[in-house]
Structures are given as structure tokens and as C-alpha cells.
Design a protein. Structure first.
Length: 183
């Protein structure tokens, strides 16, 4: 009976896993602070129109939700100031389809979720981190934290911070954040 030397196989597996883990770390999204090059127009426009007129990411689902949720779109067009935790279309696509459909069919819950993404007052990412917890229009608090160079709102990565608007500031999220929904 001959013995098989497993050492080369194990070494190859370790090398492959190291490559995958390293590649995953390198490709992982990081928080970026807004610069003019981000693709958001720098006209003096409100939050709603800034969400509409940019080249970085799309916010169609969020904008539709703001309109459907008892005219929240008019709220974020007002004087403010507001801080908007903007959920991108990509984040909504990763949200379970049944849950998204259920959310958009219940205007009361949709409004709760979207109000959870709006904070009265204009807060930069550093101000949010200093406060750690900030009360939203919905009434609950969002928790802000930093891990390495990444900033999080609850457990959602803030992909782009501090996008200036005429009536506040936008921080772009990579995931849907939600309060405990009331019945």
C-alpha cells in the first residue's frame, strides 16, 4: 500500500484560499469621502434633485419610495437642513424581493423605513461618528461606527460621505437599513 503525500495538495489549498481572502479584502468596498470627481453635480440643488442628477449611482427606488410614502419627496425638497442616508438601487436589489414588494405595498411601513433614513439637521460623517447615535425623523436612532477606514450606519457601509446639497447632505449606503417596524 503506497502513501500519498498530502502536503503539496494542502499547500495549494492554503495558497488558493489566501488568494481568495486577499482578493476579497482588496475588492471590498470602502467608504469614500465626497470629492467633486464623484459625479454629483455641484449646482445648488436640493437632496431630491441631487439624488436624481448624479453619475455615480442610481436612486430610482428610493425616489419612488419618497413619492409613494405620503409625499416624503416634498419634505426633502424643503429648506431643511436634512441629512439623507441614501439607499442606492444596488442596495435595494440585494434586499429580498418579497420583502421589498411587501414594503412598497404598505405605505405606512414604507414611510417608517424612509423616515429612518432622514435626520433633521445637516451632519457630516465626522459629526455623526462623534454623536454615535442620532435620532431620525422616524423617531428611532441610527448608530454610526467606524471600522478601519469604513464608516457604518447601523450595519450598512456608507460608500460615499458628505455630498453637499442646498438643503443638507447625503451619505450613500450599500444596504437597506430599517427601524423596528410598528404594526
Amino acid at each position: 500500500m503506497s502513501k500519498i503525500n498530502c502536503l503539496p495538495v494542502m499547500a495549494a489549498l492554503v495558497a488558493a484560499l489566501t488568494f481568495v481572502i486577499t482578493a476579497g479584502t482588496t475588492l471590498a468596498a470602502n467608504t469614500k469621502h465626497y470629492t467633486e470627481k464623484e459625479g454629483f453635480e455641484r449646482k445648488s440643488i436640493d437632496i431630491l434633485n441631487t439624488l436624481k442628477d448624479n453619475e455615480v449611482t442610481r436612486f430610482m427606488t428610493l425616489r419612488d419610495g419618497l413619492v409613494q410614502a405620503f409625499d416624503l419627496d416634498k419634505t426633502v425638497k424643503n429648506k431643511g437642513p436634512f441629512t439623507m442616508l441614501a439607499i442606492s438601487d444596488d442596495a435595494f436589489k440585494r434586499f429580498p424581493a418579497d420583502d421589498l414588494s411587501s414594503l412598497f405595498s404598505n405605505k405606512k411601513k414604507l414611510r417608517q423605513v424612509l423616515e429612518y433614513c432622514i435626520i433633521d439637521g445637516k451632519f457630516s460623517s465626522s459629526e455623526l461618528l462623534n454623536k454615535k447615535k442620532v435620532k431620525t425623523m422616524e423617531g428611532s436612532e441610527v448608530t454610526f461606527s467606524k471600522v478601519g477606514d469604513n464608516i457604518f450606519a447601523d450595519k450598512a457601509l456608507i460608500k460615499v460621505t458628505d455630498i453637499p446639497c442646498s438643503n443638507g447632505v447625503i451619505h450613500v449606503l450599500d444596504a437597506v437599513i430599517m427601524p423596528a417596524l410598528k404594526k
